[in-house]
Design a protein around this ligand. Sequence first.
Ligand code: MN3
Length: 328
Amino acid sequence: MNQQKSLMNLLLVSTAAFSGYQKGANTHYRSQQINTNHAYRNENLNVPNPSLQNNPINANTTYSNTMQVSSQAPCVTSGTPSATATAQADNTLLPALLAALYAADEAIGINPEATGPFSLPPLEYDYNALVPYTSEETLRIHYNQLHRRYVNNLNTALACCPEFYNYTLQEFLLFPDRLPSGVQTQIVNNAGGDYNHSLTWKLIGPPNNTRSTGDFASVIDKQFGSFENLKSILKQTALSVFGTGYAWLTLNPYGRMIVVTTGQQLTPIPLRTVPLLLIDVYEHAYFLDYESNRGEYVDQLFNLVNWNRVASRYDAAMNIFNNVNELG
Ligand code: MN3
């Protein structure tokens, strides 16, 4: 009974914390969240969650699970793999994780309540806005052809199963097992392609001199040594991706930032982390401008990263996670 009560509190807190991000009279967002929580209640909420009672920074000391990495899974390259493994095993984190994913997106101007059929989100700058670090031609092809193709292919795949038109991108990526096996791969790959590029366009922009600030900056210093060291880790991780994929800076529900890689259009959401920043290492992102010099591309891409928005994602997600952790 106590356990039920505390789980109910967790749901209420994560929903209430999230509701601060809602706008005006839009109740769809809230009902979406509540419906999703219903799903969690049916599937997952019988798992005791003592780790949430610990200080986030010390939480990894309680972890004993072994990281399970399949060939399709994201790869942890920096941070605390055991923490990630525990987050994966701990299904009581799911409501807070989903709320944090939505809050982080909303904090940078992405509409997190979008459901199918999906549309290409508007680009908030001109195709030549990233010059000289990314050419007009690269951005035009990347956004207007490739991103658009992911959106169109996702809608094509969804046409077979309209019962999933009330799912958000984040739900497809967090709950792929709910999808019919015949279209699961197509939906997950293209939902990932849409999600990843929507994030990218918001997290880069015209050349700027932003760097990490505030709480986000001090946590980076604590967890990675320095801002410059974080960038170095991200670059080395981007260079380590074999073939196509991404390097990511992510945040887990215990407040720990982790650098991971994914292949193709997969995301680190199945690792139970919130993406904060991503580096697209598909050659389509840089080949016209840098040929095969991925390292130079990553170095120059840092001139375009809007670190204020990365920090906004961190702050929004931590606001949700802190509310949950305080319950303990
Ligand atoms: Mn791309």
